[in-house]
Design a protein around this ligand. Sequence first.
Ligand code: PLP
Length: 380
Amino acid sequence: MTNRPEHYLLTPGPLTTSMRVKEAMLTDWGSWDEDFQALTRQMRAGVCKAAGVDDSYTCVPLQGSGTFAVEAAISTLVGRTGKLLVLINGAYGERIVKICTCAGIAYDTLTTPETQAASAEQVDEILHNDPNITHVAIVQCETSIGIMNKTEEIAQTVKAHNRRLIIDAMSAFGVIQLDPVKVPYDAIIASANKCLEGVPGAGFVVVKTDALKASKGNCPSLSLDLVDQWEYMEKTGQWRFTPPTHVISAFIQALDEYEAEGGAKARLARYTLNKDTLVAEMRAAGFQTLLPDEDLSPIIVTFLAPDEDAYEFKAFYQAVKERGFLIYPGKMTEVESFRIGCIGHFDHTIMREAVTAIQGGLRAIGVTNFSAGQLNSHAG
Ligand SMILES: *Cc1c(COP(=O)(O)O)cnc(C)c1O
């Protein structure tokens, strides 16, 4: 991993990209041009391959950040006629509820504490009692604190009730694989700028073609209508509205690098080593993780803020930035925390430097003891 960037993003998207991904954006493409249509086809095929789906699924790309793709999938597939059960244990589950509220989509919720995943039994009971629920939405890795939810078990329950599953796999897609045979889903949603290591500006939905076709006329939004986007793309090879041309070009390069690295298995191994290095070295320095080992994901790790008066996130952030790393604030409601992303174009040697930068940054603002004190957490 050469070509050291001016700083590393230890954030779960946008994240650190390779020099060649950045260089892939140095051409201007015509949106109608055959060369760009070929890039779009290549990107859609590459995403389907990364998802491991057969040809009963299709990839519908969409302009915008990941949320646009989540909103498009929910609005198109659940739409005016369905009812959605949303599993919530963090900000991204909450966001799906906001999407339903804005679009006037019927929904129910199953909320568990931030540090706890919903169980298949809980979902089973709700589906048993409410035959009006047509779809269930789950966030595979709740990036708010980095917890993995029980997508496989819950997918089986949803299937047993003959309902349909929509997965927000944004932060784990391409790394923590969900086999569509073992985890039956109608749609899985992600974006270019997370584990596939592209740049931000496009999301995508890998969706069962039958379910997509059956949703025609369902979406209350024009620009988020996935059926419309898909039909137009199939017919013309083009995107409905101005495509993020440079983003797609960079995404093709990112997908090539993903394949060259060895796909999901190799990337998961690299991110896991990033996470293991981070957690071991941070704990050795006295930090505590919010979650116990078995709940930690190789995507992002939440650490409890040191229990010293000198600690202040903004100053800490700035001091770490001066040392070459951008970190992420916590998204916990109850305790002060900060997050370190393990994903992006860097390896464990860089992560080791990051831990040094974090400690140096804290000492620079006058924090010397990195422990969070007696809070209920996991020091290992
Ligand atoms: C990043 C992310 C999203 C999308 O966020 P955007 O800021 O719209 O790109 C959605 N869900 C999860 C779980 C995410 O990690």
